[in-house]
Design a binder for this molecule. Structure first.
Ligand code: MN
Length: 740
């Protein structure tokens, strides 16, 4: 075999995406010429027809730059042809704006003239028209939603959208500054990560670079300046390492292509910001790529590199053995040159290179006129998941946030015991994995085996783990689980289970409370049929019986109120002879506590001060709905409350109602003191000086330290603070705390 070594320098600012300069006007011949380069025998009349149709449809329209509008779709078609897309996609590039912007061009017209496939692609990139949206954000969210659904059907929708966005970014200079920034931001948030997801890294790099240029012009110039400053050094270094690589490959008889580059300016910027270093601190400022014929050669080269240079441990990444979720494969390692400069080397085969460059496009082919995927492609299933999870997110901000989050999260790949690959975000737990397998597996999960070892549901998974879920039939989700899972889909599944369960319980509880209250009032249950209750639902502003019972169960309607419409004329309530003294006393206390705290939006609701933290007037408080016991009020910093991880739906805004007469709370404090005589007297005097009653006091002396547990009658937090201050003034008082 003849040894064949090619060498190239590909700086990332080369125009691999395809466009020359923003002002360049492309012609039909440019597009067909580019297409024929990859398909020499093809008949291009379909492209000619699309060009003529689009040219006519956009006639008379101009862009902000003053150029005829159709220069834009033509440039988009050119980018698509340059990136080896098929004829339908290129034609869709010519026509992508017609339905949105041209009178008389509809979906049906495109189907008739150019076929279903093209019409579907164009429809996918067309904004939703005619519908009135609440605001701009909602319109935008709905448009993303539509586009993502269309991309699930046909990934070419995304590729056309990327080419469109790329040309728009190239010609952003003609727009007002604010608009440029908004579009650049959206490109960074949505389109660059999407391009990365489908493996079209050259699109991503270009989109990021231009966005960076518009969003942070000064930082951009600064990075460029630093790169230029090293221009001579850059060239020398790249050349000397390439020389050495070439000699090494010749010596060991390995055919390959060697290319070199410096890191893209936006990646440099991001990394320098993250690590707070300058260019010299980057391990991969310089990178070399060796492309060879076989996987075997890849590992051979890897061995040769490590024999020749020192490497940095921990920076070897074998994406050949474990491909990335976008199917990217290569071996990466970071070496150190003899003068101490680090550089990254990537080794891959030609096929891996094609996939890395063309991304998803390399996985698609035609079979009987239908587009099919070659091999396994996670992108489409990932997209489906995105669409699915967000299907019921009605809030447009939340929708955009989840989409952005999902786009930016880094992935790990883990395996089922049957060696099936599953993709999860970094930081995901076995519980996420369980929900990914099946909702029921998630609900019933009790633990997991990771690489054969038993682990807890909240342990963190790593790439390459083999995960097996252990289930039990009597297991079910709890609120703690919301804190364990990382994936939005698992979270959504747990939430909906909890919601359903909670409501079920509340309905049951509400029904019981209602019946008890009727009994107490001597109303025969058989008289109060479903229909009777239903006829009164409006009094409570409830839509159905379940909602009514649930409100009772959650305590937002009290039993007394609930039965009122069903009672005979005489109020049964006032029967003093039937009520014992004790009962009346309890009633009194209850009424008192009910008025101490107000709940926003509700004025007649049962309120309980939590026993665990004994909140007093003035404390920061939170409330949450409990089953059957109304609202439970805790101190905001109560550890018990935080442990319960209350779902947002159950939280209630509460505030102290400081009108009305003084109320007394029992507050326990613990005072640590030096051991000296007269301490007890000093403490009691200090407390009574603040006009505070002591309910109880216990002293304990050990190791020359005194510990006093005191129960005080306190009116409010201010009052308590006054007492504390007085106590702290006593000589020998070391510290003081409020105990639960
Ligand atoms: Mn466009």
């Amino acid at each position: 075999m003849e040894l064949d070594i090619k060498r190239t320098f590909t700086d990332l600012f080369s125009r691999r995406v395809g466009l020359k300069r923003d002002a360049t006007v492309y012609t039909l011949d440019d597009v067909t010429g580019e297409f024929l380069r990859h398909h020499p025998q093809a008949d291009v009349s379909y492209l000619e027809k699309a060009y003529a149709f689009g040219d006519k449809a956009h006639e008379g329209q101009t862009r902000k730059s003053g150029q005829p509008y159709f220069t834009h779709p033509t440039a988009v078609a050119y980018v698509l042809a340059h990136n080896k897309l098929d004829m339908v996609t290129i034609a869709a590039g010519f026509l992508h704006d017609t339905v949105e912007d041209c009178d008389g061009v509809t979906h049906d017209v495109l189907v008739r003239e150019f076929g279903e496939d093209l019409a579907r692609i164009v429809d996918g990139v067309t904004k939703i028209g005619k519908v009135k949206f609440r605001d701009k954000e909602q319109a935008q969210a709905e448009n993303y939603r539509k586009m993502i659904l269309a991309m699930c059907q046909d990934v070419r929708v995304l590729i056309v959208k990327l080419a469109d966005r790329f040309h728009n970014m190239m010609t952003l200079g003609h727009l007002p500054d604010q608009k440029r920034r908004r579009i650049s931001m959206e490109t960074l948030d949505i389109y660059a990560p999407l391009a990365q997801r489908i493996g079209m890294s050259h699109f991503r790099n270009e989109l990021e670079r231009i966005s960076f240029y518009y969003l942070e012009p000064e930082a951009y110039q600064e990075v460029q300046r630093q790169i230029l400053e090293r221009d001579k050094r850059n060239a020398d270094f790249l050349e000397s390492v390439t020389d050495e690589l070439e000699r090494l490959m010749i010596e060991y008889n390995v055919s390959c292509e060697i290319s070199s580059r410096i890191k893209s300016s936006y990646s440099i910027h991001k990394k320098m910001q993250r690590k707070g270093c300058n260019l010299d601190g980057l391990y991969d400022y310089y990178a070399f790529r060796l492309i060879t014929d076989s996987v075997e050669n890849c590992y051979k080269i890897f061995g040769l590199l490590h024999g020749r240079w020192r490497h940095i441990p921990g920076r070897i990444k074998d994406f050949i053995a474990t491909p990335k979720s976008n199917l990217y494969q290569s071996i990466h390692t970071t070496l150190i040159s003899r003068n101490g400069t680090p550089f990254e080397v990537q080794v891959r085969t030609h096929m891996m290179h094609r996939i890395a460059e063309e991304g998803v496009a390399a996985h698609w082919t035609y079979k009987n006129g239908r587009l099919i995927t070659i091999g396994k492609n996670d992108f489409v299933s990932w997209l489906r998941k995105v669409a699915e999870v967000n299907a019921d997110v009605s809030d447009s901000d939340e929708f955009l946030d989840t989409i952005k989050g999902q786009l930016k999260s880094k992935d790990i790949l883990v395996f089922t015991p049957g060696s099936e690959i599953k993709t999860l975000p970094m930081g995901a737990t076995p519980l996420d994995f369980a929900y990914l397998i099946h909702t029921e597996v998630g609900h019933k999960a009790v633990g997991a085996k990771v690489d054969g070892k038993l682990v807890k549901l909240n342990s963190e998974l790593e790439s390459g783990n083999i995960v097996e879920i252990i289930t039990k039939t009597n297991q079910h989700p709890t609120e703690e689980w919301l804190g364990i899972v990382k994936t939005p889909s698992a979270k959504a599944k747990i939430r909906s289970w909890l919601r359903a369960k909670e409501k079920e319980k509340a309905i049951e509880m509400g029904r019981k409370l209602f019946e008890q209250e009727l009994k107490r009032n001597k109303v025969p249950l058989r008289k109060i049929t479903r229909d009777v209750i239903t006829s009164h639902l409006e009094d409570f502003e409830k839509k159905n019986l379940d909602d009514f019972y649930a409100a009772l169960g959650f305590g937002s309607i009290t039993p007394r109120k609930a039965v009122r419409p069903f009672l005979p004329e005489e109020p049964v309530d006032e029967l003093p002879d039937k009520e014992s003294k004790l009962q009346r006393a309890i009633q009194k206390v209850k009424r008192k506590s009910k008025n101490m705290v107000t709940v926003r939006g509700h004025n007649d609701i049962l309120v309980n001060l939590a026993k665990c933290c004994n909140p007093i007037i003035g404390d920061d408080i939170v409330g949450f709905i409990t089953l059957g016991r109304g609202i439970s009020v805790h101190r905001k910093d109560c550890p018990e409350f935080q442990r319960q991880m209350v779902t947002p739906e159950r939280r209630m805004e509460v505030a102290w109602d400081d009108s009305g007469e003084d109320r007394l709370f029992m507050v326990n404090i613990r005072v640590y003191t030096e051991d000296r005589s007269g301490m007890i007297a000093d403490i009691s005097n200090a407390i009574s000086d603040t006009k505070t009653n002591i309910q109880n006091m216990r002293a304990n002396v050990s190791d020359s330290t005194g510990v006093f547990d005191i129960t005080l009658q306190i009116r409010s937090l201010d009052h308590l603070n006054k007492v504390n201050k007085a106590l702290r003034k006593i000589r020998g008082v070391l510290s003081l705390e409020r105990v639960q």
